[in-house]
Ligand binder design. Structure first.
Ligand code: HEC
Length: 180
């Protein structure tokens, strides 16, 4: 399905709405393909911020991010189902979703630039992100801190035998946080 989607895009240059929807769904599904078994306990409590940087991130999260992502990072209901305007609801950031598959650099850009940096008029002409940009409101240190806080939710969660912390560390070593 992935290969077919790509062939349509590259060969015909003609992307039907259905294929775009499928591509978006595929992105989500692919990202979630290694989601943990239902029996895996989901960390729903707010983490105890263990470092000073995570503690300051906790304040940012509670003041700003929790309005959409929930105080416990649980996200909005049916977060993977697009709304009528084509945007997705706010996803869980607590490890019960796919966010932990992303490297630090991606997470940083989402917070600083908003989700719109992923919009691609050619490949995903209908994809719109409702994640606002916080680059004007938050400093580099605050963005790094809030990401550190979010990542404290991810400790110990396993997926396909992978430790979530290890998996995310590998991803982030290939996509590190930018310099301040
Ligand atoms: C107005 C609601 C809203 C607020 C406030 C908000 N977000 Fe989001 N966020 C969203 C939505 C909606 C998405 C999904 C966007 C998409 O489809 O690309 C999202 C996506 C994200 C993602 C990417 C998740 C992924 O797996 O791709 C991260 C990380 C994130 N938000 C972090 C934050 C942080 C940190 C804050 C606080 C500084 C914050 N958000 C505040 C609505 C919000």
């Amino acid at each position: 399905m992935n290969a077919r989607g790509c062939r349509f895009v590259s060969v015909n240059g003609h992307v039907t709405a259905a294929i775009v929807v499928a591509a978006v769904a595929l992105l989500v599904l692919t990202a979630c393909s290694s989601s943990p078994e239902a029996s895996t306990p989901v960390p729903t409590e707010r983490p105890i911020a263990t470092t000073p940087v995570a503690r300051s991130g906790q304040e940012v999260f509670a003041a700003i991010c929790s309005a959409c992502h929930g105080l416990r990072g649980q996200g909005q209901p049916d977060w993977h189902i697009p709304k009528e305007d084509g945007t997705l609801p706010a996803p869980p950031l607590n490890g019960d979703g796919h966010t932990w598959h992303h490297g630090d650099g991606f997470l940083y850009r989402v917070v600083r630039e908003g989700g719109r940096f992923q919009e691609d008029p050619v490949l995903l002409p209908n994809f719109k992100s409702a994640m606002p940009a916080f680059g004007a409101q938050l400093s580099h240190q605050e963005i790094v801190a809030v990401i550190a806080y979010i990542k404290e939710w991810w400790g110990g969660k396993t997926s396909r035998g992978l430790n979530i912390v290890e998996a995310q560390a590998i991803k982030s070593s290939q996509d590190p946080l930018p310099d301040g």
